[in-house]
Design a protein around this ligand. Sequence first.
Ligand SMILES: Nc1ncnc2c1ncn2[C@@H]1O[C@H](COP(=O)(O)OP(=O)(O)OP(=O)(O)O)[C@@H](O)[C@H]1O
Length: 228
Amino acid sequence: MAENVLELRSIDRRFVQGTKTLTILEQADFALRPGEMVALVAPSGTGKSTLLHIAGLLEYPDGGDVVVNGQPCAALSDDRRTAIRRSEIGFVYQFHHLLPEFTALENVMMPQLIAGLDAREAKERAAQLLNYMKLGERMDHRPNELSGGEQQRVAIARAVANAPLVLLADEPTGNLDPATAAYVFDALEALVRHSGLAALIATHNEELAARMDRRVTLSQGKVVELPA
Ligand SMILES: Nc1ncnc2c1ncn2[C@@H]1O[C@H](COP(=O)(O)OP(=O)(O)OP(=O)(O)O)[C@@H](O)[C@H]1O
């Protein structure tokens, strides 16, 4: 494993809107070490989602490089980036994005089947993860038969199904009431710690942010460490 599982190096990201250019990230640097949980706390519209999408190889920056487990990604083909994203990065969004026609178990099996695992192994791992998320009794339910907190726990299990090195989460509890948010975050934290994953989690929730190993924010296009 590399010294940092994820690095952003001098990342630039601008959006052109009519005659105006909106600079969101400018020479932004960030490094995530193995096993650490980092909170990304910044006001709405400052670029948290943009940063997570770039870090997760879902979007290209205008400049700079994303280094995943020692591998610089800027010059790679789209196929290679997709392969790295699928094997090394798990993503959790504010809304679960589960496939509605499949059960919880099938949703967690899906990324493993896409990665080429055989169905028996995929099912076993999916069941293990759902049990870990205390959803053992809900595996055969479809998303619309689950509560918001349960749906989000399935989404978290799915994000780590392929045993990535890095979990990126964009407001994973932002859509939940405070009690459910705390419960879902407990489950997420336990899973991340248990699997030795590194995680970068955007959240507006100061209480949850305070539980992570460190907190960073975005300021003038850069990632800045917040005091402990
Ligand atoms: N594709 C795009 N085209 C133009 N502007 C964009 C695009 N994507 C994002 N932006 C702008 O970039 C800024 C940062 O957006 P981003 O979604 O990354 O913010 P955020 O910090 O995640 O916000 P929130 O906390 O509200 O989700 C916003 O002002 C947004 O309007």
